[in-house]
Design a protein around this ligand. Structure first.
Ligand SMILES: [Zn+2]
Length: 104
């Protein structure tokens, strides 16, 4: 599968606990088919402290989720869309919104 989502894209979650939420992509793992979205799929990591008498602290972090579970939001029309890849005259790949055909 071709990965069309890039870091800093705004995406909307299509399924699961965070369905309908939007966020910015902070990391993409193309080989794993996963990405990390700011504020989405939050989990707690529990840290044990070595000192006695103190409770372990917990750290909240955004866990990776499958790329298939999100849709890119077009920065031009603001709608969740599919991305169309077009090769430009200089051989560069251009990502186009399927709804408004603007590059993104
Ligand atoms: Zn658009």
């Amino acid at each position: 599968m071709k990965i069309k989502v890039k870091k800093n894209d705004n995406v909307i979650v299509l399924s699961g606990r965070d369905r309908g939420k939007q966020g910015k992509v902070t990391q993409v793992f193309p080989k794993l088919g996963l990405l990390v979205v700011e504020g989405i799929n939050l989990r707690f990591k529990h840290l044990k402290t070595r000192q006695r008498g103190r409770t372990g602290s917990r750290v909240q972090y955004a866990a990776p989720l499958p790329i298939a579970k999100v849709s890119v939001i077009c920065p031009h029309c603001g709608k969740p869309t599919r991305v169309k890849i077009q090769i430009g005259s200089d051989g560069q790949k251009i990502r186009l919104c399927r709804k408004c055909s603007q590059s993104m």
